[in-house]
Design a protein around this ligand. Structure first.
Ligand SMILES: Nc1ncnc2c1ncn2[C@@H]1O[C@H](COP(=O)(O)OP(=O)(O)OP(=O)(O)O)[C@@H](O)[C@H]1O
Length: 617
């Protein structure tokens, strides 16, 4: 466990007239820095202000350069990062206190970002035993939305977390970079879009600085920035915070707030560990991208479309149920209709019977006595048909004459009467017309309405009237039920059509998702193909690289050999040059000697010549 490194940096005072009149020059209080690590608020006359003295890892005054800040606070982080640790550095402070100046700097004194970028490449180049693949991403968090500054698509990104990667922004574009210039160019492109940055909320730092049980829940999720910085704040990272502050008396309260925040940040402990996958080869990167694609594919197959499928399934079930319900109700309605028809029929029958009975009661008035009436009473007399049959009155008790047979139909003709009366037809004139008696099965069928013939006509009439009224009531009830059922069916029909509409809507949505999924699958397949191509190219390049390296080694060896030979040659040449200069020197010496010898000889010869001439006789 190690504490977060916290530095405080005061910017130079603003040179406006108002500012000059404030501060110790014109005001009563000012910030005093001691030993590069303490800062206290002093009152002109009262001395140190109580509760306004703070100690940090570093306190920089307005004269400190970005280079010095970088060297003291950030450089070590870069080295740690190259060794596989997570490293985070960020600036915190009130507006106009110097955050941008600290992070970006100016031409004459570049800030932390450009220095760190250059250092990453320099340091990784120095690590001769390893090769690095460096990728950068660039994002902004504005109004709790994460924007990818390296992507023009303007897609809003989400924070995800898993065991392998920890907290990360899904879909954030990462560029593979080979030089500091490339990174700085990318940052410059993004900078145009950079909007005011929101800074870490006190919520989180306060909580983190509380110890042990007191801490409770850490609200990292309350803000996207704190969520992304989660590993940097109490997690697996080496972290430096640079708190920027304005020195003017005008800003004393904001500065005091910043220093209090910095003090709390000082109490946060991190536990940094070397990441297992800190150095990625091309193959490892490709593997990771494949995993990401796989993850995306799973996500597509999962949640959304599955949810929709379930909704559609449920709707289909509901529809099926309501169809069954509708069929059941339709059957019920049909039965009710049939019942109503039966009842109607019965009512009509009853009415008819009533009328018939009325007729009977009228016709009985013509009979002399009850015996005459009784002669008419047959078991079927209850159901008087509309037609009439002839019957004998006078001979009904005469054994010589057959009674009216049971099978006699509604109409009896003269022939039949002749046969029945054994050829005696004279009596036909005596026949009286009576309501037709029909032998029928209905009487036997409808035993409930069977009435003893002895029942007086009036009572029977009343009973039938009652029956009629109750049937009428039943009919009315049945009609009411029918209306209700029809309404219910209407409602079900409406419900059914709205369900069908909904199903077709979901079907459309489903089709859209399927089309999207197919498009995604196509893109994924395309990407996979590209990845495979890239892998093959990588493998080929690796082979080529290996060959080049072998060639380079051979060439280096040859070069070394040649260099050795060259050195020998050079040495020999030096020797020869030396010999030549010795010889040249000896030669010129000899030449000088010879020249003087020659001159001397010549002088002697001349002398001799002149002496010989003088000696001649
Ligand atoms: N250490 C410094 N040396 C010289 N000038 C500085 C220093 N710090 C800040 N400044 C100047 O002060 C001004 C405000 O600084 P800067 O823009 O960096 O503040 P900021 O905290 O990023 O503000 P904001 O939050 O509003 O974006 C700028 O003109 C900047 O050049």
């Amino acid at each position: 466990m190690e504490k977060i490194s916290v530095a405080v940096r005061f910017r130079p005072p603003n040179q406006t007239a108002a500012d000059l009149s404030s501060g110790f020059g014109g005001g009563d209080r000012e910030w005093r820095i001691d030993d590069g690590s303490r800062v206290s608020l002093l009152h002109r006359t009262a001395g140190p202000v109580p509760g306004a003295s703070f100690a940090f890892d570093h306190v920089f005054d307005g004269a400190t350069t970005n280079e010095q800040v970088y060297a003291s606070v950030v450089r070590a982080l870069i080295h740690y990062a190259v060794d596989g640790f997570n490293g985070t550095a960020f600036a915190y402070g009130q507006t106009s206190s110097g955050k941008t100046f600290t992070m970006n700097g100016c031409d004459s004194d570049p800030g932390i970002i450009p220095r760190a970028v250059r250092d990453v490449f320099d340091t990784s180049r120095q690590a001769e035993d390893r090769e690095f693949l460096i990728r950068v991403s660039y994002m902004e968090i504005y109004n709790e939305e994460i924007n990818d500054l390296l992507s023009l698509e303007g897609q809003k990104l989400q924070i995800h977390e898993n065991l392998e990667r920890g907290v990360y922004v899904a879909g954030l574009r990462e560029e593979i970079v080979n030089s500091a210039e490339q990174v700085l160019d990318l940052l410059q492109q993004g900078e145009g879009m950079l909007l005011p940055i929101c800074f870490i909320s006190r919520n989180v730092i306060n909580k983190l600085s509380e110890n042990g049980k007191q801490r409770g829940h850490i609200p990292y999720r309350d803000s996207k920035l704190t969520r992304i910085l989660q590993p940097a704040l109490g997690g697996n990272a080496k972290t430096s915070i640079i708190c920027t502050a304005a020195p003017e008396e005008l800003h004393i309260e904001e500065t005091r707030g910043t220093l209090q925040f910095a003090s709390r940040a000082k109490c946060v402990s991190n536990c940094a560990q070397v990441n297992e996958v800190c150095i990625l080869t091309d193959a490892a990167l490709l593997k990771r991208q494949k995993l990401e694609i796989e993850e995306l594919r799973k996500k597509l197959q999962g949640s959304h479309s599955e949810g929709l499928e379930q909704v559609v399934l449920k709707l289909r079930n509901d529809m099926y149920k309501s169809e069954l319900e509708r069929d059941r109700l339709a059957m019920e309605l049909e039965e009710e209709r049939k019942l109503r028809e039966t009842l109607k029929h019965r009512v009509a029958e009853q009415q008819k019977k009533l009328e018939d009975l009325n007729n009977i009661s009228i016709s009985t008035e013509h009979f002399q006595d009850s015996t005459q009436l009784d002669a008419l009473k047959t078991p079927d007399s209850k159901y008087a048909p509309e037609d009439f049959v002839a019957c004998r009155l006078r001979y009904s008790n005469d054994v010589e004459f057959s009674p009216i047979p049971e099978t006699l139909d509604n109409v009896a003709d003269e022939d039949l009467w002749a046969r029945l009366n054994k050829g005696c037809v004279t009596d036909l004139d005596m026949l009286e017309m009576t309501p037709g008696l029909k032998h029928g099965e209905s009487m036997q069928k409808d035993s409930t309405s069977a009435v003893p013939l002895e029942e007086p006509a009036e009572a029977r009439c009343q009973r039938l009237e009652k029956d009629c009224i109750s049937d009428q009531q039943q009919l009315e009830e049945s009609k009411g039920r029918c209306v209700m059922l029809e309404k219910e069916i209407e409602m079900l029909r409406d419900e059914n059509s709205s369900l069908q509409q909904e199903v077709s809507k979901y079907k459309q949505e489903d089709d859209r998702i399927i089309a999207e999924k197919q498009e995604d699958d196509r893109i994924i397949a395309e990407k996979q193909e590209q990845l495979e191509d890239a892998m093959m190219r990588c493998a080929a390049l690796e082979k080529e690289l290996f060959r080049y390296r072998q060639d380079a080694d051979r060439l280096t060896a040859e070069k070394q050999e040649l260099l050795g030979e060259l050195n020998t040659e050079k040495h020999k040449m030096q020797e020869l040059k030396k010999d030549i200069s010795v010889i040249t020197r000896a030669f010129s010496q000899r030449e000088g000697q010879l020249t003087s010898l020659y001159s001397k000889s010549k002088a002697i010869v001349e002398h001799c010549k002149s002496s010989q001439v003088a000696a001649l006789p």
